[in-house]
Design a protein around this ligand. Structure first.
Ligand SMILES: Nc1ncnc2c1ncn2[C@@H]1O[C@H](COP(=O)(O)OP(=O)(O)OP(=O)(O)O)[C@@H](O)[C@H]1O
Ligand SMILES: [Mg+2]
Length: 234
């Protein structure tokens, strides 16, 4: 569904992504794990058109999307939920969710709202509360809910569990599973490698802008180097 070939991204003199190739087949959850600064967010931002690649290509559903503006990429069903619970603080929960559907012209926005509220009952209770006053975990739920409102066929998720209490982390990963079960393909970026490898079918390990290892998530989770570096030696 998504094919990334020899991707290169530079920030001026900094060569952040060096020849990354990866593929995400339809219906799968693929995870990209790596330490701080490895280049995970840079890859997602390039895939969703927020950054320009300096080399290589991206194909989505068979079409070249390299260099397309991000709104055209969203229209094709490739949606990015950014790192860091980004919500519009002065707008209500409902307004934030409605914004997620702004590129759509169909009349099913209401049923999609209901779907989001089934996943996140907490948001329904707070529908008129301004987003800036939600707790961190609630803001993360809202950021995910807003992404779902654009009807993604393919979701790029950047650190959905970042900064959340352990109980909520568990909840967010259950949501990821549920979104996948409902038919969305997912590329998941996480520092919580332990959880990500449990949810994913396939995994890539990124170090300093390179893919250093890839394989079925269950095998990657057993690899001694991965266990030492990313799973606390567990
Ligand atoms: N706008 C920028 N200008 C210059 N360098 C940047 C910029 N954005 C990111 N970088 C650098 O690119 C590298 C990769 O950053 P990136 O944010 O992709 O890492 P990451 O794997 O997402 O890390 P984290 O786990 O901390 O979120 C880092 O060395 C970072 O300092
Ligand atoms: Mg990041």
């Amino acid at each position: 569904m998504l094919e990334v070939t020899n991707l290169d991204v530079r920030y001026g003199a900094i060569h952040a992504i060096r020849g990354v190739s990866l593929s995400v087949p339809e219906g799968m959850v693929v995870t990209l794990i790596g330490a701080n600064g490895a280049g995970k967010t840079t890859i997602l931002r390039t895939l969703s058109g927020l950054l320009r690649a300096t080399g290589g290509g991206v194909r989505f559903l068979g079409d070249e999307i390299t260099g397309l503006p991000s709104h055209q990429i969203v229209k094709r069903g490739l949606v990015h939920i950014p790192e860091g619970r980004i919500v519009f603080a002065n707008m209500s929960v409902l307004e934030n969710l409605e914004l997620g559907a702004y590129l759509r012209r169909d009349r099913e926005v209401k049923s999609d709202l209901e779907r989001v509220f089934v996943l996140f009952p907490r948001l329904k209770e707070r529908i008129h509360q301004s987003a800036g006053t939600l707790s961190g975990g609630e803001q993360q739920m809202l950021a995910i809910g807003r992404g779902l409102m654009s009807r993604p066929r393919f979701l790029l998720m950047d650190e959905p569990s970042l900064g959340l209490a352990p109980l909520l982390v568990q909840g967010i990963f259950e949501i990821v599973r549920e979104i996948h079960r409902q038919g969305t393909t997912i590329l998941l970026v996480e520092q919580n490698a332990h959880m990500a490898l449990q949810v994913a079918d396939f995994a890539y390990v990124l170090e300093s802008g390179h893919i250093v290892m890839s394989g079925p998530a269950a095998e990657i989770a057993q690899d001694p180097r991965v266990r030492d570096a990313y799973l606390g030696g567990a």
